[in-house]
Design a protein. Sequence first.
Lengths: 209, 606
Amino acid sequence: MNSDSPIVFVVDDDYRVREALSSLISSVGLRVAVFNSAAEFLESEKPDAPACLVLDLQLPGASGLELQEQLVTGDAPPIIFISGHGDIPSSVRAMKAGAIEFLAKPFGEQELLQAIARAIALDRNARQKRSQLAELQTHYNLLTPREREVLPFVVAGFANKVTAADLGTSEITIGVHRGQIMRKMGARSLAELIRMADTLGITRVARPA
Amino acid sequence: MISQTQLYPSNPGLTALASIAAINQDLWRMVQTGGQGIEKSWRSMKLAGLASLNKPIIANLSTLPLLSQHTPKVAKHVAALQANKVSLRTICASQIRQFMEVIYMTTTAITSMREMRRSGNDVVGDRPWGTHFCNFYESGKDLLDMLLSYFKAGLEDNEFCVWVVSEPLSERVAWDALRAAIPDFDDYVSKRSIEVFDGRDWYMKGGTFDSNRVMSAWNEKLDRALDRGYLGLRGTGNTAWLQKKDWKAFSEYEQLVNDSVAGRLAFLLCTYSLDSCGANELLDVMGTHQFATARRRGRWELIETPELKQAKAEIKKMNDELEQRVVERTRQLTAVNEELTKEVIERQHAEDALRQAEETVRTTQTRLSRATQIATTAEFAAAIAHEINQPLAAVVANGHACLRWLSVQPPGLVKAQEAAERIVRDGTEAGEVVRRIRALFKHAPVDKIDLDLNEVIAEVLQLLSGERTRRGVSVEADLEKDLGTVAGDRVQLQQVVFNLLLNGIEAMDSVLDRPKKLFIRSKRQSPETVLVEIRDSGVGLKDPEKVFEAFFTSKENGMGMGLAVCRSIIDAHHGRLWAASGEGAGTTFSFTIPAATVSGATLEVS
């Protein structure tokens, strides 16, 4: 089990449930970390690995739903709610806020383990996307301010001549910028550059009439 | 009554007032004694009517205020009945019936007083009861003619007749003349409808004239006549026997008769010899009779004083008015009767409606309490489910884990064993929960042993040590050394102490500005009672009593069962559990339990 292997966080105030889930989850080869409260979970160091959060709805202090609200802004792992007596309003609220599963105690292992597998896959995917984006961002950060100015024209399909006229410089200069952009971004073709720009959320300049 | 009216012989107004008061009293009594007294009262009313003086109508008038008094009385009755919800139908009906009877009797009395009697003389014509007039005769024949037709009319009209004869007639002449003049006269004689007396015997019994005695004699005749079923008394008297020295006394007697005859069922004729009357006597006679008749020059004449005419007119007017008022009153009473009947019916309806409403309320209450029971049961079920769910969830998860550890290669035997041990532990705990709850619901006699509450508290504090540390709560315990023992169920009392302590700890979750302190104290409050107090420094309670109601909770996810269960446990131990809270001063939960061992001596002292 290396540091990349998936990890399941369990937050429940009942030690019996914590112990049982810990044993069950680790029996299928997953790493488990258990917490008594939302605060304990938030304060803890989390390994850089695909993860999911099994969260009790009824927690002392900040409730499961409150913790969910706090987590939803960051790069939080997907949440599976478990509840001793899940009422409909709570479950609806939880699902709307992005929980991927809502399980009523006592639940079968298949329900839980499948939900965990799905959550980890989702998180792995999300993590991958996040790391791709982070890599692109690193490349983008290498661009000079002028090159960042030119990029939207390039990905919009403007000829260097048109771009030069628009930015008040020479066609040759734009050509140099263009070459630098392609190199720094590591794009092998214009099509690839356009995809990168899209991923980064760069708006293309509107084509002149 | 008669004596009352005679108190004021010279003042008809006062006499009438006395008479009114008397009748009022009588009628009042009659109304109060109810239906069975009617006959008797009717009789006494007749007598009262006869006793009243000049204005017969006034006596009857007295019933009007009496009747009007009854309207508020009826109202009062109705109010009382409304308050008491007694069936008013019968009582109202009997009241109404009584008023109707009074009205009827009044009307009958008036009618009978106003009933005209034939005088037998064309000039005199028909006159009402209470007529007292005089006849001046020139000859014995005139006198006989007058009196024979007078008595003929009386006998024919079922009146009791009394003839007091004087010269020039005699008893024998009178009998003969009557027998000759009146067909079937012997029938009247055999029925004793007529009596003839000698003037001297009648007036001068014992040799002197006593007006009271003579009045009594007339009254006696009248009473007897009425008793024997005659309509009234018709009488005549003659004064030929009268001597000058007795004139004044006799004149006063005539005045008395004249004053008292009104309103009585009497019809009186006094005859005077015109020859033997001087001017003075004539004036006296005219003043003491309502009117006079005389046959002069072969023609009957009627002499009436203007004053008398006026009085008669007034009486007639009053009569008419009274009749009108009686009619009016009767109408009003009928209306009141109808209204009352209506009201009685409405009340009946209202009562029916009320009964129905009460029935509905009862049904609703029954349903409501059943609904509450069901709701309570449902909530209890939910609470039980929660209590059992946690260990059960753990058991299930442990079971799966155990199986998985056994199925991997190589099997994780240690892990599987651990999971199995947890299954046993949590399963046992769930079973214990079930046992406790069942005991609670069944009100099964608690498993009582002598135990030391201080030990119970210490155990629970031990159990909660982790929780206390995690939440940063410090506990100060002040446990009395010689607390003594109580008879109780260890598990249940542990549950109570546990709940109260956990509540206190949780109540201080939001406390950030001061140390979270929890106090627990045990004390022998009295020889019979042990007291335990648990005080937190939390925010306090708005309504300390409400927390003991099932489903009351201040926690977002609480079921509101904990304290309700605590209270039922303490109740089952014959103790008391309560909460007190001061603004911002935290909450103190206290419970008392009877001490287990109380020495006989202590009991006696207490």
